[in-house]
Design a protein around this ligand. Structure first.
Ligand code: HSE
Length: 406
């Protein structure tokens, strides 16, 4: 049996143990030797757990055991996860993780250390939970230039937006329901302000370009400013509002544009129909065209299943590094202020003439009978820099939402 250790016995960590035990027969189809959890590292004890006798509190017990082949890092956060992962990789022990925060900040560093020590650093579970996404990107797409990744990468906010749209609920009420269902945390900031999907699109952009894109370099906006009136306008435009991670990679310049923000998604687009707590990711290759990945982007067992898929790949590839195409250099980022989008804009009635002067007569006006004092319009394609300059000159400007191009 290949011996593994789990660092952090929380939701995902306990799920990893469960997947390995319950699906041992399935694992043995691809890896006949089988996989066994030898240690669980946690600060706590779990006296009532069937794994109680495997719990240790000292990382050195794990790192000094020559039988350990893979570590599942499901602790989250930067430290001590980084130090433990680094020490494991330096000993030639592969690391599989769901820790998107660490992957975003230090994934490139850990991937390089893994390569130097003939082992692997894999993080399938860090993006899209149970959806196989990173593995197809680095295997089935070797021959492709990936031009676009656009994804609904956060289940909690997709649930909130779905509730707001279908039941006409204010944001606060939909958030409360998401918390009651256990989707949103007590402190929901990382989800509703877009930090979680922003980390995920940063990881995807890094993999697509082979250079590091860090969360902090990516413009990030969440959904806390979306209201029921926006939903009403979206309906009139035959669109749905979705929180998207967007990555556009230009083959000629090699530059990459990355953003997380709410977008209006038109009826007929593959992401239009991704509802509730589900994730959906559209990947466009220059030869293969559009592919959609859809499924559970969160949850104990789907996320743990993705971690275990990495463990199986690591034990199958013992003694050499699985190339994930991630280096320690920086990606060449497109200046987001130069990026062109069409915008949906809400203003008060008195500024209609001003809006037409600024944006041209081709703006599309959207009237809302439920709000007679205001209206909205859709701009032609315009660079963000120019858009910001123009809306500053509209005294009653209320808000804008980008419209997804394609
Ligand atoms: N909170 C995330 C979501 C799951 O709602 O999708 C973990 O990435």
């Amino acid at each position: 049996m290949a011996e593994v250790a789990i660092l952090g016995f929380g939701t995902v960590g306990s799920g990893v143990a469960e997947v390995i035990d319950r699906n041992q027969a399935q694992i043995r189809r691809d890896f006949p030797e089988g996989i066994h959890v030898k240690y669980i590292l946690d600060l706590r004890d779990f006296p009532d757990s069937p794994y109680a006798d495997r719990v240790v509190h000292d990382i050195d017990i794990i790192l000094n055991d020559p039988e350990i082949r893979v570590i599942c890092e499901t602790m989250g956060g930067k430290e001590p996860a980084f130090t433990f992962s680094k020490r494991a990789l330096e000993k030639g022990i592969s690391v599989c993780t769901s820790n998107k925060e660490l992957v975003d900040v230090l994934g490139g560093t850990l991937a390089v250390i893994a390569k130097e020590h003939c082992c692997s650093y894999l993080f399938e579970a860090s993006v899209g939970g149970g959806i196989p996404l990173l593995r197809p990107l680095r295997t089935s797409f070797s021959q492709e230039f990936i031009t676009t990744i656009v994804g609904i990468l956060n289940g909690t906010t997709n649930y909130i937006l779905t509730k707001m749209e279908r039941e006409n609920l204010p944001f606060e009420d939909a958030l409360k329901q998401a918390q009651e269902k256990g989707y949103a945390e007590k402190d929901p900031t990382a989800d509703i302000e877009g930090h979680d999907p922003c980390r995920k699109i940063a990881i995807l952009a890094s993999l697509v370009t082979g250079g590091n894109v860090k969360f902090k370099q990516v413009p990030c906006e969440g959904i806390s400013g979306i209201d029921t009136m926006d939903m009403e306008y979206a309906r009139q435009l035959h669109c749905k509002i979705k929180l998207l991670g967007v990555c556009r990679h230009d083959q000629e310049t090699g530059k990459v544009y990355v953003r997380t923000a709410p977008y209006l998604v038109r009826h007929g687009h593959p992401l239009y129909g991704v509802h509730d707590v589900f994730n959906g990711v559209l990947v466009r290759g220059n030869m293969v065209g559009d592919l959609m990945f859809y499924g559970s982007g969160a949850g104990k067992l789907p996320t743990a299943s993705a971690v275990v898929s990495d463990v199986v790949e690591c034990v199958q590839n013992a003694g050499h590094t699985i190339n994930i195409g991630l280096s320690n250099s920086d990606a060449d980022l497109f200046d987001p202020m130069d990026w062109e989008d069409r915008y949906f804009v809400r203003i008060r009635k008195q500024d209609l003439v001003r809006a037409t002067e600024l944006f041209g007569s081709e703006i599309r006006i959207v009237v809302n009978e439920n709000a007679p004092e205001e209206f909205a319009f859709v701009t032609p394609l315009i660079a963000e820099r120019d858009f910001e300059e123009k809306v500053k000159q509209i005294p009653s400007f209320m808000k804008s939402i980008r419209i997804l191009k394609n």
